[in-house]
Ligand binder design. Structure first.
Ligand SMILES: [Fe+2]
Length: 332
């Protein structure tokens, strides 16, 4: 059941910022092809993008500094998060999650009724039940992805007000044990930037039978990558464990409604391995506006959506043009 069935969206690109260029192919050629260190390539790409959108970059950095100065994200929490690259969210940051969980379960139920999910997989071990523009039919989920405590925390962590880069409701179906591991079922870092934040919300209880999201914290990842090289995309468990033999990877398990921030660029991770039980996950990705290998917003909006009473911070994260720092200061 759609929450907003009458939404007759006509995306107006002039309402939102546009990104200078797509950096993904540059990464493929220079980092993977020619072996130029990723940090160098990304530094150059980020600098070029910053030069092409200087006002956006400056405004977002200054607003993040103001949020940090306001003390809305406790310093002890921020330092530990920056060191580890991950943290669990506090209930105060999440609000009442029950309607969000119910909505997500309904979307999956409806998707299953309407079509055979098995024949509509982006990856055979991971179904995209809803992605990006689909969420405009579910405004409560958009509002959750843009809730102020979450945006303030992510802004302080990244040192800039981010853009909403993607939203997805992901179903990892139960699979037969022993299937060969593929793509994101093996250890990897997400490559859009050198740092980013993904918010993961468990829609149902998740235990060790669910093919859980598994990762190494940022510091262990740094040592593993130093030993094994940044050019190699995906890594196997044995090679990884040899570098950090006494540090087992962490897993995200917990009851429905548990939520986590993970910097998937800094933390080696995998998920959705063969498991007895399926897993439904809401995933929201926040990126810097000048992220080297990413150039799109999650939601293309029309005038009706742009006219919603979003705060200045939310308008920035949606990539709407009609916000400036003065408005941010007045309204925050
Ligand atoms: Fe990933």
């Amino acid at each position: 059941m759609l929450e907003n069935p009458s939404s007759n969206l006509r995306h107006d690109p002039s309402l939102q910022i546009s990104f200078p260029f797509q950096g993904r192919w540059v990464r493929k050629v220079f980092v993977r092809g020619l072996g130029v260190p990723r940090l160098q390539v990304y530094g150059v790409l980020r600098a070029i993008k910053s030069c092409l959108m200087p006002r956006q970059v400056r405004m977002r950095r200054q607003c993040a500094e103001e949020i940090a100065a306001s003390g809305s994200v406790p310093l002890y929490c921020l330092e530990a998060w920056k060191r580890a690259g991950h943290r669990a969210l506090r209930p105060a940051e999440l609000g009442d999650l029950e309607p969000i969980l119910t909505r997500c379960r309904t979307i999956r139920h409806d998707a299953e009724e309407e079509r055979d999910l098995d024949s509509d997989r982006a990856k055979e071990f991971l179904h995209y039940v809803a992605v990006d523009q689909d969420f405009l039919a579910h405004p409560s989920l958009v509002r959750f992805a843009l809730s102020e405590p979450i945006l303030r925390a992510v802004s302080v962590y990244l040192g800039t007000v981010p853009v909403l880069a993607s939203v997805a409701l992901l179903w990892s179906p139960p699979e037969t044990e022993g299937a060969k591991l593929k793509s994101s079922q093996r250890f990897h870092n997400d490559h859009e930037d050198t740092s980013q934040v993904k918010l993961f919300v468990h829609i149902d209880d998740v235990d060790s039978d669910c093919g859980v999201f598994t990762f190494h914290p940022a510091e262990a990842t740094r040592r593993i990558r130093k030993a094994l090289g940044t050019r190699r995309g995906r890594l196997d468990d044995v090679a990884t464990a040899k570098v950090v033999p006494s540090e087992a990877p962490l897993t995200l398990m917990g009851p429905a409604g548990s939520a986590y921030f993970v910097d998937t660029s800094r933390c080696l991770h995998f998920g959705s391995r063969p498991a007895k039980k399926g897993r439904l996950l809401l995933q929201v990705q926040y990126l810097r506006c000048n992220s080297p290998a990413h150039s799109q917003l999650a939601l293309g909006l029309d005038e009706k959506w742009a006219a919603e009473p979003w705060s200045s911070l939310q308008r920035m994260v949606l990539g709407l043009r009609d916000v400036d720092r003065a408005a941010f200061r007045q309204r925050s």
